[in-house]
Design a protein around this ligand. Structure first.
Ligand code: RP5
Length: 164
């Protein structure tokens, strides 16, 4: 199975990014985690992106806050799918990172999830791998069914308590 690359601009992003790591682990998807910044370690970030396809990656998740260029800089150096997580941080609470990540000019796409949307970033990357992997696709189906069952259980409790 292809690996998912997980990159974040700072270790201060890790508490949120951990949710993506945990989600990939729960699906048995292999991953690599790196703290690389478009601004602070541009050479390392570029090297990772340039070699990612040859190194067995299928998609790359990039989490960064503030003037967030990591996802765009990585996407500029690979044709693998890149998923950006705008991080909530700084004076603008992630709106700066959201705009920086989502507003990529034509030609270099970055699939952007919600501010701090680490779980969806991981699920989207798993969906990409599942295009060619039936057993992974089945796990995604099973998770959807389990999530639905949890909500219906809560609904049944609420209905029993409030609807008379
Ligand atoms: C970004 O700046 C990082 O991704 C982080 O979200 C934000 C703040 O970084 P630190 O100052 O906490 O290292 O590059």
């Amino acid at each position: 199975m292809k690996k998912i690359g997980i990159m974040m601009g700072s270790d201060s992003d890790l508490p949120v990014v951990k949710k993506a790591i945990d989600t990939l682990a729960s699906f048995g998807v292999p991953y690599e985690v790196h703290i690389y910044s478009a601004h602070r370690t541009p050479e390392q970030a570029k090297d990772f992106a340039c070699n990612a396809r040859a190194n067995g990656f299928g998609a790359i998740i990039c989490a960064a806050g503030m003037a967030a260029h990591l996802a765009g800089a990585i996407a500029a150096n690979t044709t693998l799918p890149v998923i950006g997580i705008p991080m909530k941080s700084g004076a603008l609470d992630g709106v700066d990172a959201l705009y920086s990540t989502v507003m990529m000019p034509s030609g270099i796409p970055v699939a952007t999830v919600a501010i701090d949307g680490a779980v969806n970033a991981a699920l989207l990357s798993i969906e990409m791998l599942a295009i060619e992997d039936a057993s992974l696709a089945q796990k995604l189906e099973d998770k959807r069914k389990a999530d639905t069952a949890k909500v219906l259980e809560k609904n049944a409790k609420a209905e029993a308590e409030f609807n008379h």
